[in-house]
Design a protein around this ligand. Structure first.
Ligand SMILES: O=C(O)[C@H](O)COP(=O)(O)O
Length: 331
């Protein structure tokens, strides 16, 4: 069921295919390193305190082609991959374990999402993936409202044939001015089991700080009746490989709005973090992180501090050109 829904989703993206924007050779590499507050590991630098805008030195992940998709990688093309954890939710504010409980953003979370949108407003986006939870969807939509290209993000409804049929768009021109938003439960926050709804501080007082830290940050120890990061990775990383990598291989620019732990598992995969290193990986709410996908490799670019930050745009001539094109359209 999930697989066929995903296939539907993929075919609608092909159908919706928008820009063929292709990025060229990098013009320079930035080798400054952003230092996170809590993570001493060089491999997770720039991710802990993701508000730091500097790019990081990262050994690119070597990926095979995409045998399943049958898509031939475009040698000269580069794609942008933006990852963003949702803005602050009402339960983040109350310090409650949330997991798969579907809680909306706070006004501060709304602001964070808008701010994130401003930071990526010059970076191309052809398709958006979000979890099935409202906090990630709100974040994606609010962020895209800030994008200078002004395309309309539209949620793809493939949950039933009728939903698919009833949400069709009958103008090719309108489709070109839209960005498909694919929602996938596989990108949901880890299921926090019997911790969902409990106060994090009170839980630490009751079970001990170490135990709670182990539940929250270890790779393979699940919280009571919940998912470990490893279990969360089994569905989130599988979805990323099956559905999202083929888009990048095809030259599409992708944004993923998801959650602390589903994104930790994806970053662990991209940056080849060990199960020890991932313990220190913390993601702030509402901070976008940029990767460039080129010739099967992911290159981490850190977090753009602002729409015109040189560090991000200096990297590829075509990111800069895309921005110039937007400047031209807006004048
Ligand atoms: O689900 C939650 O409670 C949070 O979104 C993430 O919680 P964590 O910081 O304990 O992983």
């Amino acid at each position: 069921m999930a697989a066929s829904t995903s296939q539907h989703a993929l075919s609608s993206i092909k159908f919706w295919s928008t820009s063929n924007f292709s990025l060229e050779k990098p013009t320079c590499h930035v080798h400054s390193v952003s230092v996170g507050r809590r993570c001493p590991s060089a491999r997770s630098l720039g991710l802990v305190c993701a508000s730091n805008s500097q790019s990081s030195v990262v050994e690119p992940v070597q990926l095979p082609g995409s045998p399943k998709s049958g898509i031939t990688p475009k040698k000269s093309s580069e794609s942008a991959l933006i990852l963003i954890r949702h803005g602050e939710s009402l339960w983040n504010e109350k310090n409650l374990f949330t997991g798969c409980v579907d809680v909306p953003l706070t006004p501060k979370g709304v602001e964070e999402a808008i701010e994130a949108g401003k930071r990526i407003c010059n970076i191309p986006v052809d398709v958006i993936y979000t979890s099935s939870l409202i906090r990630a969807q709100m974040t994606a939509m609010l962020a895209m409202m800030q994008h200078r290209r002004k395309k309309v993000p539209i949620i793809v409804h493939n949950e039933s044939e009728q939903a698919h049929k009833w949400s069709q768009i009958y103008s090719e021109e309108t489709k070109k001015q839209s960005i498909p938003v694919i929602t996938a439960w596989q990108l949901n926050e880890r299921m926090y089991g019997e911790l969902q709804g409990l106060n994090k501080q009170e839980t630490a007082d009751r079970f001990g700080k170490e135990q709670v830290h182990e539940w929250r940050r270890s790779y393979d120890i699940p919280p009571p009746n919940g998912e470990s990061l490893e279990m969360c990775a089994e569905r989130a990383v599988a979805y990323f490989k099956d559905q999202i990598i083929p888009q990048l291989v095809a030259g599409k620019h992708v944004m993923i709005a998801a959650h602390g732990n589903s994104l930790r598992s994806i970053i662990m995969h991209l940056d080849k973090l060990t199960s020890q290193e991932v313990i220190s990986l913390e993601l702030s709410t509402g901070i976008p992180m940029l990767y460039i996908f080129k010739e099967g490799k992911f290159i981490r670019r850190g977090s753009p501090a602002g729409p015109s930050e040189a560090g991000v745009y200096a990297y590829t001539k075509n990111l800069a050109q895309y921005r110039q094109k937007l400047d031209g359209m807006i004048q």
